[in-house]
Design a protein around this ligand. Structure first.
Ligand code: FDP
Length: 342
């Protein structure tokens, strides 16, 4: 027998953490708690599939019929369907919207509706899937605006300032779940041996001294004068600051996550030479607003180069925006360069 039994009181599972957060809101009904827990389950299922990524090549290609007579799905479609299916019948949601789908995703007629709205990017950084590079899932939860029945597009088109909670999963060397419900940012790591997310990063704050800047510098010739000059500033060329190191994975969740922990800035500005991206590449609803909410909760800031991303009212489900996100001082500096030179 052990002289001192192991102390498990410091092991905080995601369930315990979400539940304890709920207790500090006496008016809470538990619906949000359950919704976050449903999402944690979706993250676990997607994580288990991402580790099988390369096996699709030998076990069947997209469009093939597998041994059970089902069509082999691409990982992003699979993640999209998984999140929808795990949330369509719970009675917690009025409506959903996914980056993968053109229109809103109604709750099926035979299931009850609830008071929340879920918008999500099922697999962010999907161009990295084939190369075994970290990818992620981003989600955002709003309160419905319509009173009852099936939710509408109006419920989905809300500004980030009105978010109830937001978070992401990162499928990397380990799987992490990082979320905020407006009481700081907390990170959990999936322990695959027990299949549970355990609290590993409580109260994440972006460090004051940034280390990295992250941008696709291959597009530099397409940037505005303000963005070019801001990038030179980050290199430390005007002597005002020590130059930062460049790190760019090309999976926004992974780039954002690293900079959240190490300090830094990620940006994806407008691209004057690519007509598709003249107003930026990233989607306000599914990518920028949720990460801006997390950044702000961690002491950072997200901007479109002129204003706070959380204050921008989306006008369509798939609207794009330029984005600068990370250490507040750096993002404000980007705004300063843009207002001076653009
Ligand atoms: P992807 O197209 O692979 O889904 O969300 C879009 C996104 O990835 C971000 O995750 C990523 O940071 C960015 O686009 C990468 O774009 P570039 O290849 O143009 O750098």
């Amino acid at each position: 027998m052990l002289a001192h039994p192991p102390d498990h009181t410091n092991i905080i599972t995601i369930e315990r953490h979400i539940f304890e957060e709920q207790r500090s809101h006496p008016e809470a009904t538990g619906v949000l708690t359950s919704l976050l827990y449903d999402l944690a389950l979706a993250g676990k299922v997607i994580a288990s599939q991402t580790t099988r990524g390369g096996l699709l090549e030998i076990l069947g290609r997209t469009g093939d019929i597998n041994i059970q007579g089902e069509e082999v799905m691409k990982l992003d479609q699979l993640a999209d369907r998984m999140i929808y299916r795990l949330n369509d019948h719970t009675g917690r949601l009025a409506v959903m919207a996914s980056e993968e789908k053109e229109n809103i995703l109604p709750i099926p007629e035979n299931y009850p509706t609830g008071k929340y709205v879920l918008v999500y990017d099922p697999l962010d950084g999907s161009s990295n899937i084939d190369y075994n590079v970290s990818i992620g899932t981003i989600f955002a939860i709003y309160r419905r605006k319509t009173i009852q029945g099936h939710g509408t597009i109006e419920d989905c088109l809300q500004k980030g300032r009105d978010l109830v909670a937001a978070g992401y999963f990162i499928y990397g060397a380990s799987t992490m779940f990082v979320y905020s419900s407006g009481m700081g940012v907390h990170g959990f790591t999936l322990d695959p041996s027990v299949g549970e997310f355990l609290l590993t990063h409580p109260n994440i704050r972006i460090p004051d001294n940034p280390k990295y800047y992250s941008v696709n510098q291959g597009y530099e010739n397409h940037w505005s004068e303000g963005v070019k000059r801001f990038t030179q500033y980050l290199h430390g060329r005007d002597g005002e600051m020590k130059g930062l190191s460049l790190r760019y994975i090309g999976s926004m969740v992974a780039d954002f996550h690293r900079n959240l922990l190490a300090g830094g800035i990620y940006y994806y500005p407008t691209d004057s030479k690519n007509p598709k991206f003249t107003s930026g590449k990233l989607r306000l609803l599914y990518e920028c607003a949720p990460l801006a909410f997390i950044a702000e909760q961690a002491g950072g800031y997200g901007s479109d180069g002129k204003r706070n991303l959380l204050d921008i009212e989306p006008t369509s489900l798939h609207g794009r925006t330029p984005m600068f996100i990370g250490n507040r001082g750096l993002v404000e500096k980007a705004e300063e360069f843009i207002s001076l030179y653009d």
